[in-house]
Design a protein around this ligand. Structure first.
Ligand code: F2R
Ligand code: MG
Ligand code: MG
Length: 294
């Protein structure tokens, strides 16, 4: 179980860092890409904030999570424009109940920024899916007030919890039993028919974009289609589009399922290891584990 906690956090970070240099590329361009750095992006920076807050507060605390997001924020990690605007409102003193409702003409964001950071919550509330679903909605609202942004994050959190508990394809029915929004239900139902599909079909049917409903189900698909961590994450990135985020979410689900040992050590070793790098992320995973399984 401890290895799975590490797998989810480090798996997410390596998926993010591997996908980062080709974010926004088409899958043909990804195919041509060689080399690249292993620096993580906003996905992992925000995931660290979620983990830090859960550890400090021994559970979800919105005001504290806001403080962690603001303390960690480095614009150069490549934040989405909506999240950037919300963080600026929060820094200016707008309440977190209010800030995320002010963007996109009052519609709020349905971007994947809430889903991409949510893995620690899935670990923390892994044995209580009702509470997890509710907490995922609350943790998302800090930056994403649109229901599709929140639902995507809840599905992602639930996928991490189910993977931790040993679910693979069986997770699809468990997710369908909970998911209310039709765009997600429709894509979850398609996964099994797409297991041998070519990339173009997968992109058309499930998506590879920055909207949560264009990426969360794609990450679940990449996890289920293959039978090891490495193939799932490489495949996720090879779809192009929002590569760091789909790579990160696939890495988090796969890491929770297979555990730390399944992550290629050369990927882990190449991950940046500065102030809040690889060793710190492993420490966060161990702290979460210690709190949940004393
Ligand atoms: N910021 C990026 N990528 C930009 C390119 C970076 C590249 N590597 C480079 O260096 O140039 N990636 C990060 O942002 C994504 C997460 O986004 P988040 O946090 O959800 O932000 P946002 O802006 O709220 O939503 C993303 C986009 O979705 C569309 N959208 C969302 N809600 C909408 C609404 N209600 N109406 C219309 N459109 C909506 C917008 O296009 C948003 O900009 C991750 O990929 C992360 O890696
Ligand atoms: Mg990113
Ligand atoms: Mg991204």
């Amino acid at each position: 179980m401890k290895s799975k906690f590490r797998g989810a956090l480090i798996g997410g970070a390596v998926g993010d860092a591997l996908g980062a240099p080709v974010e926004g590329c088409t899958w043909e361009e990804v195919r041509l890409f060689h080399g690249g750095t292993m620096r993580y992006t906003d996905d992992t920076e925000m995931m660290i904030g979620v983990a830090e807050s859960l550890i400090d507060k021994k559970g979800f605390d919105g005001a504290d999570m806001v403080r962690k997001f603001l303390r960690n924020y480095h614009a150069w990690r490549g934040y989405g424009p909506g999240t950037r605007a919300v963080l600026e409102l929060l820094r200016a003193g707008v309440s977190y109940a209010e800030a995320s409702k002010r963007i996109f003409d009052g519609a709020g964001s349905y971007g994947n920024g809430a889903a991409m950071r949510i893995a620690p919550l899935g670990l923390f509330y892994c044995d209580d899916i009702d509470t997890l679903w509710d907490m995922a909605y609350r943790a998302s609202h800090i930056t994403h007030s649109h229901v599709l942004g929140k639902e995507g994050a809840a599905i992602m959190a639930c996928s991490v919890a189910l993977a931790l508990r040993g679910y693979r394809e069986e997770m699809l029915n468990a997710l369908l039993a909970r998911t209310r929004e039709e765009v997600y239900r429709d894509k979850l139902r398609k996964i099994e028919q797409l297991l041998d599909a070519d990339r173009q079909t997968v992109i058309e049917e499930l998506g590879n974009g920055e909207a949560a409903f264009e990426s969360v189900i794609t990450a679940i698909y990449a996890f289920i289609r293959f039978h090891n961590f490495k193939d799932s994450v490489i495949y996720a990135i090879s779809l192009g589009g929002d590569t760091d985020t789909i790579g990160s979410m696939t890495g988090a689900i796969s890491g929770a399922y297979y555990g730390e040992a399944a992550i290629p050590p050369e990927w882990v070793n190449a991950l940046e290891n500065g102030a809040k790098g690889r060793s710190y992320i492993i420490w966060l995973a161990d702290e979460l584990y210690r709190i949940r399984f004393p």
